[in-house]
Design a binder for this molecule. Structure first.
Ligand code: SF4
Length: 297
């Protein structure tokens, strides 16, 4: 079995609990969501795009209409978009051919080639984190991850974070594997999608899934919500309450919407103030300030 992934890169973690930690990111292909409303300014009825039965948000539709998916040569040359899912090339089938399809051996070699010393634990004792991101990294590759983590050259890996939309249950084999391995620490960075994304609550907020993640032996879990307006603070409150009712008490991070620094700066202060008021934690998008919105960061 091969893994389809759009990019792997070395950067500092820009969001959440491990902000600033040098990390290798593996961005897998495929997502069960589209998050078409992000950044569109839809506020009255955020699910409009879905109701219209649209498959793409306007920017992606335009790229496809212009044959950008056929005429662009390299993944890194694809345009950055500012509405909808910012990793569109990792979710839409039209862009599948920009993604690599590789055996576990090749993936491991690629990941290690990105680290400063070709290994996860450096000679000075510091370790490089591995971030499984997407797309939705738990959608299709769980069995293959066992081979990936068990690869002989992954033995010194100490920290793995799954950046997940928290809708995909762990398959029994993978759950069992994570429960019994004690080589690396697992962190669930859970980003359930609020209505600002355009995804409906019923399919986006699934406490039973988060609960399953939280029961993996020795793992750590936190929530990270993307917010755009004051309305979203109330929705975060509702969501956190729903997770608490299912027995999940963990840190809650809020992150301002916005892939471009112009947009990001719009509501950053308001988000920080809401965090101070309600005891949530603020997470920046450090990579935006450091590198702007670019692939491979
Ligand atoms: S869940 Fe994440 S990867 Fe999937 S469409 Fe939404 S923003 Fe994109």
């Amino acid at each position: 079995m091969k893994l389809r992934y759009s990019e792997a890169f070395y950067s500092v973690q820009g969001e959440g609990k491990f902000v600033g930690v040098p990390s290798v990111f593996l961005r897998t292909f495929g997502c069960n969501f589209r998050c078409m409303n992000f950044g569109t300014g839809e506020t009255k009825d955020r699910w409009t795009l879905h109701k219209e039965g649209k498959k793409y948000n306007d920017e992606v539709a335009e790229l496809i209409a212009k044959d950008v998916h056929k005429t662009t040569k390299e993944f890194n040359d694809l345009p950055i978009i500012h509405t909808g899912c910012d990793t569109y090339a990792s979710i839409y089938p039209e862009f599948k051919h920009f993604n690599k399809l590789a055996e576990v051996d090749e993936v491991v070699e690629h990941l290690l080639s990105l680290t400063p010393e070709g290994k996860w634990t450096m000679d000075n004792g510091q370790d490089i984190h591995l971030i499984m991101t997407g797309g939705e990294p738990l959608l299709a590759w769980q069995k293959l991850y066992i081979d990936l983590f068990e690869h002989p050259r992954m033995k010194d890996l100490k920290n793995v974070t799954f950046e997940t939309n928290t809708t995909q249950p762990l398959h029994s084999e993978f759950y069992e594997y994570l429960n019994t391995q004690n080589r690396f620490e697992v962190t669930w960075s859970c980003s359930p999608k609020l209505s600002v994304s355009g995804e409906p609550w019923e399919t986006a907020i699934l406490p039973v899934v988060a609960h399953q993640y939280s029961t993996v032996n020795g793992s750590d879990i936190y929530f990270k919500f993307v917010v755009a307006t004051a309305d979203d603070f109330e929705e975060v409150t509702r969501a956190v309450e729903a997770y608490r009712e299912r027995g999940i008490e963990c840190p809650v991070y809020l992150m301002p919407l916005g892939g471009r620094s112009e947009e990001y700066n719009l509501n950053v202060k308001e988000v920080a103030e809401a965090c101070m008021e309600r005891g949530w934690r603020f997470t920046p998008r450090l990579h935006i300030s450091l590198f702007g919105n670019a692939w491979g960061t």
